[in-house]
Structures are given as C-alpha cells and as structure tokens.
Design a protein around this ligand. Sequence first.
Ligand code: GLN
Length: 208
Amino acid sequence: MSEIRLGVLALQGAFREHINMLERIGVEAVEVRRAEQLDDLDGLIIPGGESTSMGLVAERWGLVEPLRQWVHMGRPTWGTCAGMILLAEQATGQKQGGQALIGGLDVTVNRNYFGRQVDSFEADLDAPALGETPVHAVFIRAPAITAIADDVEVLTTVPGWGNNHEAVIAAVRKGPILATAFHPELTDDLRWHRYFAQIVRENMQRAD
Ligand code: GLN
C-alpha cells in the first residue's frame, strides 16, 4: 500500500539507492527523466552525484524550467548533496557563475566545503527532528550550507568544522523543501526517507 508516489531524478548520480530506500519504507518510487512525469508525482528527490553534470543533463533534456516551476509551486522536494546544491538560491565554489540551477531554497551553499579537506568522511550527528538517536551521515565531496534565511530550519550540523571551529550546517528544511549535504541513501537508516514522506503527506493534506 502506497498512498504517495515519489520520483527520484534519474539523470546522474545515486538515484537507485534512493529508490531502494523508498521501496523499503513501502512508498512507490519512480525514476524521473522527463518533465511530463512530474505531473504524476507527490514529491521529488534530487540525488547526489555531480551538480555540474546533473545540471548539464537537465538542460539538455529540457528539465530545468519544469523543475524550477515544480519547486516554485511548493511541491515537496528533497535534495541530497549535489541535489542540495541545485536547490540553493546561491552557491559558491562553482565551476562557472555563482547561480545555482534550480533554486527555491533560500540558502547559500559552498559546493565542496567539506571536500576541500577530505574526500569523504562519516559522522554521527544529532538531528532532533528525527529522534533521539543520532543519524549516521556519509559525506562525499560534500557541500555545506554557509548562510540561511531567517525562516529556514536547521536540522543538523557538523560540530567543529567551521573556520573558527564552529558547527557547520548540513541539513535544513523550509516548508516542503528538505536539503541534506550528506547521503542518507547510502546508510541503513530509513529515518530521512520517512521524514520526507511525512513532509509529502502533510503537503497533500494541506492541498485537500
Ligand atoms: N560537491 C559535489 C558537486 O559539486 C557533490 C558531491 C555529491 O553529490 N556527492 O556536485
């Protein structure tokens, strides 16, 4: 039984892993490659991978404008890693330009913030919105969120990573938009997928 139908943008990167996680929590999941598919979805995940490549493929396949409209219509969207970069209103450390491709989430991301220092690392992070047990976060050439608008909710931070050893923001939510700098789909912890499915359900109830 699946009362919601979620899409995973399947242009590049770790989309199959997200599909597997959604199936494990009993949610119908489809790989999205065409703009028309968005019409039949209740929510969308933009996976990790490489944001420049993903953006180029999205442009070639005519998906950039439909994705912008999707996000601006307030449809539930979760970006992980490269997907988070694409959702940010501003990005630094870009290969070209400073503007992210899809936007809609009022944050600034630094594209390879953690990746500058180590290619990848794992950490157990507190994320109270998901429960008392810390979440295991896998960071791969990961971005960080370096600035947020007032109404953006911080869900988890990485202690001690900032220039002055302050905590660095690694996951946020703003209404129906969720963004994580790390890859929950590469762990066994289903809580982030459940959390996003709940955002989608709440959004549908509001729309009724
Ligand atoms: N830093 C990468 C980028 O710019 C994202 C890496 C990832 O998604 N694992 O796209």
